[in-house]
Design a protein around this ligand. Structure first.
Ligand code: ACO
Length: 334
């Protein structure tokens, strides 16, 4: 049995910075409200006319990750792509990566687990490597939120939170079982699906029906019961981190770096306090990028690594919670 190890990391965010003050020009919100509730100062939104999409941004991040891994596209055996904002209803973004990177006809899989998507995708890739089926897997998280948000005051509770971007890593076979991904932990609770949802268009609410409907609750835009989600997030984050530590006979004192999904700075601060972690042991970049859903954990991991905040032998903990509900953690020995 092999282990799996991250050997290359990359990220891509659009250049276009949208500040809180920019948002207040087209909806009733304020920099003060957004910073106080979420910590977010600005986010990146793909500008009009750009060719970027989830798959295009994912490909840009992937190229960097492959290069930093010291590999070429031809060394990649499989693709796992996590997003809630695919370019098309179908096919998924994974196959577009195969095409955009001009790769051989390797398998490509899409993961639809929203904010937990990257950790789920990493777990899937980890299993393929541990069984010996594949050697090098490209794992990508990318989101193009901005084109699907309600940019009026009606949508302000959701729209101010989300940003666009992509991150990618190459997960590779590791012979030393004490190194790499030690374990992953995945959960879901579908009874809360409607607490954070884009309900249409879907097979249940297909396009003609939406156009003709006068019902206000059939919407193209994301709906979130923010307070409900917040309460569940803080509990599930803590549980799934503890589950991972316990599985590996570790304690909170063994955490060298916690990379929480960047949902809300207040959630991350709550978790930090609960686990008694000092500021240098938790990485946050939500202030700059907002919540980039399936891209958030991998963008944050990439930046933490780029800033040399992670060193060999560190215990790195990834944790996420989001729509589904789904939540997940990964315990990594770097
Ligand atoms: N600007 C100004 N006022 C606003 C805004 C805004 N952008 N948004 C909402 N408000 C108003 C509301 O209308 C409400 O006004 P009222 O009291 O007059 O009715 C008031 O502010 C309070 O609204 P709440 O929704 O109760 O605000 P809350 O403190 O809960 O903060 C937030 C909202 C930031 C969304 C928070 O609930 C949150 O972060 N929730 C968790 C998000 C999360 O973790 N999501 C999971 C990942 S996302 C994924 O999986 C896709």
């Amino acid at each position: 049995m092999y282990n799996s190890k991250i050997i290359g990391l990359g990220k891509y965010v659009p250049d276009n910075v949208v500040t809180n003050d920019d948002l207040s020009k087209f909806m009733d919100t304020s920099d003060e409200w957004i910073q106080e509730r979420t910590g977010i100062q600005e986010r990146r939104w793909i500008p009009e006319g750009s060719e970027d999409t989830s798959s295009v941004m994912g490909a840009k991040a992937a190229k960097i990750a492959i290069e930093r891994a010291g590999l070429t596209k031809d060394d990649i055996d499989f693709i796992v792509f996590a997003t809630l904002s695919p370019d098309y209803y179908f096919p998924g973004c994974g196959v577009q990566i195969q095409d955009l990177l001009d790769m051989p006809t390797v398998g490509a899989l899409d993961v639809r687990n929203q904010c937990s998507g990257f950790v789920y995708a990493l777990s899937v890739a980890d299993q393929f490597i541990k069984t010996g089926m594949y050697k090098n897997i490209l794992v990508i998280g990318a989101e193009y939120h901005s084109n699907g948000l309600d940019k009026t005051t009606r949508g302000r509770g959701v729209t101010v939170i989300f940003g666009d971007g992509a991150g990618a890593c190459v997960l590779s076979r590791e012979e030393d079982s004490s190194k790499g991904i030690l374990s992953t932990h995945l959960h879901s609770e579908g009874k809360y699906a409607d607490k954070l949802i884009v309900a249409s268009p879907s097979i249940k609410h297909w396009v003609p029906e939406i156009i003709e409907s006068e019902e206000e609750d059939i919407s193209y835009y994301p709906y979130m019961d923010g307070t409900f989600v917040f309460k569940h997030a803080v509990v599930r984050f803590s549980e799934v981190i503890m589950e991972g530590l316990t599985k590996n006979n570790l304690t909170k004192d063994d955490i060298d770096m916690l990379i929480p999904h960047q949902a809300n700075l207040r959630i991350a601060q709550f978790i930090q306090k609960k686990f008694g972690l000092s500021d240098d042991k938790v990485f946050n970049n939500i202030t700059k990028y907002g919540n980039t859903t399936a891209a958030s954990v991998i963008i944050a991991l990439t930046e933490a690594w780029e800033q040399e905040k992670i060193k060999e032998g560190d215990h790195v903990v990834l944790a996420a919670f989001g729509s589904g509900f789904t939540w997940a953690s990964a315990i990594i020995k770097w």
